[in-house]
Ligand binder design. Structure first.
Ligand code: GSH
Length: 202
């Protein structure tokens, strides 16, 4: 099995952290690039999006959620499925909100790498405000036990979203949000998170 990733994609990072959390070292990482018109990956992955998991029979799928669910099922017990019981919907809500932050900052990060004349100040401002509102909401909740346990999908999405700061210096979620700063530092030091940093030179 092969997981197609790029060094900069926060979605790929999430899949790589989950791979290590599940001990699935046998899934080979393939460092690739997106937006390459004649990329051979486009033959089996027509969307060209990563992460993409290619199975040994040549089939496979894109999408972080699907890939994480597949890896989770490969190596039971399930770690990333929403819990049953009273935390089910609060968990789904945290996950949806963290994914929303990630989707927004990914749009923002894409916007700033466009040629300057093609950038939309309106989109950048819209995403900046969305990210600030969401970061405030996470700061308010980060002291709850939900953010102290082992990494789950809400925390994975939140970490990978905040980590986009490495590509997006204007995404200042740290100022005035000490709880998020402390939480991010704790997660960043976890072996699966450190171990999923791209090696130099890819
Ligand atoms: N919904 C997808 C989003 C993945 C995504 O947007 N990947 C970006 C990299 S961060 C990509 O592959 N972009 C290439 C392109 O747009 O052609 C997921 O959850 O995996």
């Amino acid at each position: 099995m092969r997981l197609y990733v790029t060094p900069t994609s926060p979605y790929a990072r999430l899949a790589m952290i989950a791979r290590l959390e599940k001990g699935l070292d046998e899934i080979e990482l393939v460092w690739t690039r997106t937006r390459v018109p004649d990329d051979p990956m486009l033959v089996f992955n027509p969307s060209g999006r990563i992460p993409y998991l290619r199975l040994d029979d040549g089939t496979g799928f894109e999408d972080t959620d699907v890939i994480v669910d597949y890896m989770d099922a490969l190596a039971p017990p399930l770690r990333f499925a929403p819990p049953e019981g009273e935390d089910r919907w609060p968990h789904r809500a945290r996950r949806a909100m963290a994914r929303s932050l990630l989707d927004g900052v990914a749009v923002w990060a894409r916007e700033i790498v466009r040629p300057e004349t093609e950038r939309s100040p309106g989109i950048i401002e819209h995403e900046r405000r969305r990210a600030a509102r969401l970061a405030d909401r996470f700061e308010a909740g980060i002291g709850s036990p939900a953010y102290r346990g082992p990494l789950d999908m809400p925390q994975l999405f939140l970490f990978c979203a905040l980590d986009v700061e490495r590509r997006l210096p204007d995404f200042d979620w740290r100022t005035g949000r000490p709880g998020l700063v402390a939480w991010h530092a704790r997660v960043a030091a976890m072996p699966s998170v450190e171990g999923s940093l791209p090696p130099a030179g890819v």
